[in-house]
Design a protein. Structure first.
Length: 629
């Protein structure tokens, strides 16, 4: 019995007594956070370099409008460009993806994310097994399972605050690295799965108890063990319910139960771990408290207009909804008294429809200048189920007139790319994915940048869907004349439709006046089926012609509607990349299939052209956005 008492004093699913294992394990926990801080610092440094590079390019464009700022000139800039191109080729590719109704949620990650996980898992395994296995000759060999259990406990609990940190919207990681919360949510899920697996190793205590034949006694005498079982069960539920197929069934239910389970997990862990390890739990609570406090304050200030330019004291915003073809609703807020970046999103609540639901939607237009009060804000919402279905039904009740509701907003959120520093921009969107890329086009047209050409491809199922963004596209193409930007917009209708449309934009062509400030040396065919051939290395090294301003070749800005057109990713991206004289930015918004294809093709194209490896081929930046999270 004395032996069992001794074992019980060290054992339990908790972190137990002040044994000889504790000091080393606490050092392991500190080492984990030193690693997180180091990696965060590395990404912060990369971000600062990128910001400095972007500012330098824009400044160079102002001093030398005819130059190509995104083309590296110095040895240091060329070396950095080569390293960047190599990293992109390694990280962009997503060789395998699934398209089935259920299987799509289990598509393998892009290679870059696997590399991040490989580094993370390697560190975790080192922390877990370093000096953990005891030799038979060791004086404490009898406690070999105890040592493994203790180490796994510390490696598990040390990761708990990191998981909650990754769930924050007001996250220091976003402030430092410039990566928005929704773009690191994948790491939140995978870190939780890692904790789940390490927690299984923590169960090695049971092996020791089973050998000593007092499993039931430990469970009966030590409450911390029962709390540990509860914590593991809660964690198991959270990991399983976090898979995409379950989240898609009912996102509202998923969020509600996930938040509740996160709170229960912390309480169970608090009861499970010893006092000297509870700082991990308190750190998690601090992260949550800070995040939710900031959200409440931010949303209150936003919807009471205390930070805005509006003079109204009525809470929320007046939202006008109208039904559009394709079971779609356009929501317009005419008095948005704040600004946002093109590509950001906001959370929307309409109390009269569904008072307890908050849903994210991309802001479908670029913000006006901060000096303008009451700037319009629009969202394009596709009716599917739940809130979006209720909103569409409300819009359809009286299609002969506009309907107005009071809406509450949270945001804007997100860190979209700044495309002004590139030479050529390719924008690709499927269906309502245009809500993300058209504001980017509007932003490029309105602001001074080093961009010379923009090619936008919008794939829609039926011709009548063009009305979703007809006026915005027309305005952007027409406005491109004033800024000297060559804008080529191609709307691809993938399915024939017997219904007529009032759209009059089958072909709209505008040409720059000879006095425009920009130069376009590319003479490209406007045939939709043409694909540019590979440019030679010598062509890529040819600098932008320094023609006299009065004799420059004109840009052509054009919007074309192409029926029964289903272009490949290669046909949409390759011609623009090969014709670019500087770095190209490719932005793709759509489902998993097209974003995965874009990742795979851009990585292959960069490798094929040996970007920044002596051939003269310029860099390719890729940014993808998918439906949902």
């Amino acid at each position: 019995m004395d032996g069992m008492d001794s074992m019980a004093s060290m054992g339990g699913m908790g972190l137990g007594s002040q044994s000889q294992f504790v000091g080393t394990n606490q050092a392991i926990a500190r080492g984990y956070w030193y690693g997180i801080a180091s990696v965060t610092g590395l990404f912060t440094m990369v971000r600062l370099i990128s910001i400095g590079q972007a500012r330098q390019r824009l400044k160079q464009q102002e001093t030398d409008p005819r130059g190509i700022p995104s083309r590296p000139r110095t040895f240091i800039s060329q070396a950095y460009a080569t390293a960047t191109a190599t990293a992109r080729e390694l990280s962009y590719a997503q060789p395998i993806h699934f398209t089935g109704r259920i299987s799509k949620y289990f598509s393998p990650l892009p290679v870059g994310r696997w590399l991040i996980l490989a580094v993370y898992w390697t560190a975790i395994l080192i922390f877990l097994w370093s000096n953990t296995i005891l030799e038979p000759s060791d004086p404490i060999y009898a406690y070999k399972w105890e040592k493994v259990g203790f180490r796994a406990a510390w490696v598990t609990v040390a990761q708990i605050p990191f998981i909650y940190l990754l769930s924050m919207k007001f996250s220091p990681l976003t402030a430092l690295t410039g990566t928005s919360y929704e773009r690191i949510n994948w790491l939140h899920r995978w870190a939780a799965r890692t904790v789940f697996l390490i927690a299984i190793v923590h169960w090695s205590f049971l092996r020791e108890w089973w050998l000593a034949d007092f499993v039931a006694l430990e469970i009966r005498l030590m409450p911390m063990v029962r709390y540990g079982f509860g914590a593991f069960g809660t964690l198991t539920w959270m990991v399983l319910s976090g898979f995409g197929c379950f989240r898609a069934m009912s996102y509202e239910i998923f969020v509600a139960q996930h938040v509740a389970a996160a709170g229960v997990l912390l309480w169970l862990l608090f009861c499970h771990v010893p006092e000297y390890a509870r700082w991990n739990i308190w750190l998690s609570v601090a992260f949550i408290a800070f995040d939710w406090t900031m959200r409440i304050v931010w949303n209150t200030l936003r919807n009471t207009h205390l930070l805005g330019r509006s003079k109204t004291w009525a809470p929320g915003y007046s939202a006008r909804i109208e039904s559009l073809p394709g079971d779609t609703v356009r929501l317009t807020i005419l008095d948005a008294d704040f600004s946002w970046r093109a590509g950001q999103h906001a959370y929307l609540t309409i109390p009269r429809l569904r008072p307890f639901e908050l849903h994210p939607f991309t802001i479908a237009n670029a913000s006006h200048t901060s000096a303008e009060a009451g700037s319009p804000l629009t969202m394009l919402i596709k009716a599917r189920s739940g809130f979006s279905k209720s909103l569409h039904q409300a819009a359809m009740k009286r299609v002969d007139r506009e309907r107005t509701y009071r809406a509450l907003l949270s945001g804007p959120w997100g860190v979209p790319p700044d495309l002004r520093q590139y030479d050529t921009v390719v924008l690709v969107a499927c269906s309502t994915g245009a809500s993300f890329i058209i504001p980017l086009l509007q932003d490029l047209v309105r602001k001074r940048s080093s961009v010379r050409k923009v090619q936008l491809h919008w794939l829609i199922r039926h011709k009548e869907h063009i009305v979703w963004f007809e006026q915005q596209l027309l305005a952007a193409v027409q406005s491109s004349r004033a800024c000297g930007l060559g804008v080529q917009v191609r709307v691809h209708v993938t399915q024939a439709s017997g219904r007529s449309t009032s759209s009059g934009i089958q072909s709209l062509e505008l040409r720059e006046s000879p006095s425009s400030e920009r130069v376009d040396s590319e003479q490209q065919s406007q045939q939709s089926s043409s694909v540019a051939s590979m440019s030679s290395a010598e062509d890529e090294k040819t600098p932008l012609p320094r023609a006299d301003p009065d004799n420059r070749a004109p840009h052509a800005s054009k919007l074309t509607l192409l029926n029964n057109s289903r272009p490949t990713v290669e046909a949409m991206i390759r011609p623009a990349v090969e014709a670019a004289l500087g770095e190209t930015a490719v932005v793709v918004c759509g489902g998993l299939s097209i974003t995965a294809q874009a990742r795979k093709f851009v990585a292959a194209l960069s490798d094929e052209r040996a970007v920044h490896k002596g051939t003269g081929a310029q860099g390719i930046f890729l940014f993808t956005e998918t439906y949902g999270w």
